[in-house]
Design a protein around this ligand. Sequence first.
Ligand SMILES: Cc1ncc(COP(=O)(O)O)c(C=O)c1O
Length: 405
Amino acid sequence: MSAVAEQTQVLADRINALEESSTLAMTKMARELAAQGHKVISLSVGEPDFKTPAFICEAAKKAIDDGFHGYSPVAGYPDLRKAIADKLKRDNNIDWKPENIVVSTGAKHSLANVIQVLVNPGDEVLIFAPYWVSYSEMVKLAEGKSVIVEGAFDNGFKVTAAQLEAAITPRTKVVMYASPNNPTGAVYSEAELREIGAVLEKHEGVYVLADEIYEYINFTEEGHFSMGSIPALKDRVITVNGVAKGFAMTGWRIGFIGAAKWIADGVEKLQGQVTSGTNSIAQKAAVAAFNGPLDATIEMTKAYARRRDLVVGLLKEIPGFKVNVPDGAFYAFPDVSYYFGKSDGTNLIKDSDDFANWLLNNSYVSTVAGSGFGAPNCIRISTAAADESLAEAVQRIKDAVATLK
Ligand SMILES: Cc1ncc(COP(=O)(O)O)c(C=O)c1O
């Protein structure tokens, strides 16, 4: 046995059972190819290509000058929890007090915390698919059982209330979804969420983890609707959000939950033993973000909408691609299964993993296979890049697939 294999055996079973994040793995490979001198267009990472708005950066600089250098309260500074409570009231019609808010190190951390706090071994967590790669792994870490409920391509990749009803069992503890969705860009309308909510109202022991991290990147006229605003469900919905996507602040690592006090207290207790309060400077920046104007956010969203139109239009011209029209977020998620079983003479494309790897190595465009998102016929293409790069990337993809027979 190799030294590495032996060392791996020493790792705890829970770590050996985890999948590596496929988005981060593709991004790493793309970086390696770029370092070798290839002209890689990296569309695998879920990250705005904009800079954080200046007024938010100024607040962080001031926080440094004002001496916010010490440990912060575990659940977040009071002014940030208040700003978040105000934001939830203003944008989401959710009436939580600061005591219902817990700030964490990114929405990813918030989601992982809630799962640790609510899920016992063997509890079922219903995940609306396609889903963000980390959901199922977070459930695995809590020894829960992921139950995947698949949104059909023909229904805009959205799960229906009837599907949810059929999937709930006495072991269901949590239902988890993102709207706007990563990877599909699907946005659940108010009517759809109310129908889903009506099913959940009948199942009192079921909690809802509503991931709203892409809230502001929404191209629909209706806009965003939060399940947590439904009074009958308010105490059972944990709303998760943060600053990463809407304010172009991925590296600042601020996420939060708004939840019933006993759930917020559970998260605070866990966080108090694991990470403590998150970065003090970033918290002050987040106060500025949540209390400040949304002009920059709105401008960024306009750019994402324009790029969505560009990429979707170009992808539709590729023979065999089935392309949905995303209503939010910054991804395209074409079904590329037409090419499974085809070959360039040397490489046989069996599935979406082969497809994404082949594309990276042959046309130097990095995408992510749909398999990690629970959608093995698709690939995810980030549209958070300059228009010219996006146009060139899709052209490269078009040229590449033309060689597959
Ligand atoms: C659906 C979804 N939820 C949560 C997150 C995590 O956000 P954060 O950067 O705040 O941890 C992401 C980031 O890619 C995401 O796509």
